[in-house]
Design a protein. Structure first.
Length: 345
């Protein structure tokens, strides 16, 4: 034992800092010469003892654990936003209209469901910008046709109230989910201010849909902390269409009642391009009015996208043509004039 302790001292260690283990073995062995030998083996091991201070430092008091738990703050790992933007097309609500799938109450339920689905997608996809494009006909009006006074379930003021509430709720759902929100609206045939059936009064901006957008735009300035990143866009004076860029994509918006048919939108667009009108630079033209989803190319590989309506159906058209379409909101993602993830919400 003393031999091994001396070895520790020679190697610069304090023997008192170690714990020891010793052992020995004895056994016999026969050699090839038939000689029996007795063999011996001695074992020695030294293990460094933990100091009292080190042992104390390893102990954690119950109070320290509780304090650490109470003061814990979760800091989520930042997740980058996608390069693409998300485009949502709430169009043709036509609040006040009654048809075979219900009236204004059922329309509001459809609109809220669509906005909720859009919010769920945005939470997961994390787009750079959300563009909410009201493509027109947000109310039914009472003077688009003479029948509306007898078939509507809301008068004109209450149609506007319902329309404003619906868009307000949509903005409240989507505004917290993206660093930039764009809310754009254009004039339309059902939205036009009229003094009688088929009797418009005013210019292209005498429109209830544009009024809703402008009123909400003013209201949003009252809470810049929640809505300071929201841009509200309407057409330039006397114009019925508009243009903007998002994530490198050139987007145009028009109701499209200006065309004589859904298949004629491309021809209308060609004239707009020749006249250097607002949508002339667009590569993706978003439309409403025709109540059913349409996606088609035009010109030099530009895109025309017609969103479905959120109203409760158009029985007059179904009686005439035998066709009806799925209600909902057109949505897609886009960047650099390429679109993806097209769906009806």
């Amino acid at each position: 034992m003393s031999f091994w302790l001396d070895r520790l001292r020679v190697d610069g260690f304090d023997p008192e800092a170690f714990g020891y283990s010793i052992g020995n073995s004895v056994w016999t062995q026969h050699t090839k010469d038939q000689v029996t030998k007795t063999l011996y083996s001695n074992r020695f091991s030294a293990t460094l003892k933990p100091s009292t201070k080190e042992a104390d430092e390893r102990l954690v008091s119950h109070e320290s654990v509780i304090e650490a738990i109470r003061s814990f703050t979760y800091v989520p790992q930042p997740v980058a936003f996608q390069h693409e933007s998300f485009v949502l097309v709430p169009t043709d609500f036509q609040f006040g209209k009654v048809d075979w799938n219900g009236g204004s109450k059922e329309t509001m339920e459809q609109v809220m469901e669509s906005f909720s689905k859009a919010a769920a997608f945005v939470k997961e996809f994390r787009p750079r910008e959300v563009a909410i494009l009201d493509a027109g006909d947000i109310i039914e009006n009472i003077y688009s046709t003479s029948a509306q006074l007898g078939t509507n379930d809301l008068d004109l003021p209450h149609q506007v109230v319902e329309a404003a509430f619906a868009m307000q709720k949509g903005l409240q759902m989507l505004a917290p989910l993206a660093p930039s929100i764009r809310y754009a609206a254009v004039s339309s045939n059902h939205g036009a201010h009229r003094i009688g059936p088929k009797s418009p009064a005013g210019d292209a901006h005498s429109d209830y849909g544009l009024a809703v957008a402008k009123i909400l735009g003013n209201a949003l300035t009252l809470n810049p902390a929640a809505f300071g990143h929201v841009t509200v866009q309407t057409p330039e004076p006397y114009m019925e269409s508009l243009y903007f860029q998002t994530s490198g994509s050139d987007i145009g918006l028009v109701h499209s009642h200006q065309a004589s048919g859904a298949d004629k939108i491309g021809e209308w667009w060609k004239g707009q391009s020749h006249g250097n009108m607002p949508v002339s630079q667009a590569r993706i033209l978003v439309c409403g009015h025709w109540h059913s989803l349409r996606v088609q190319q035009s010109g030099d590989s530009r895109w025309i996208m017609v969103g479905p309506a959120s109203d409760r159906g158009s029985s007059w058209y179904t009686n005439l043509k035998g066709e009806q379409s799925e209600s909902g909101m057109l949505s897609f993602t886009t960047a650099n004039n390429v679109w993806n993830n097209l769906r009806v919400l």
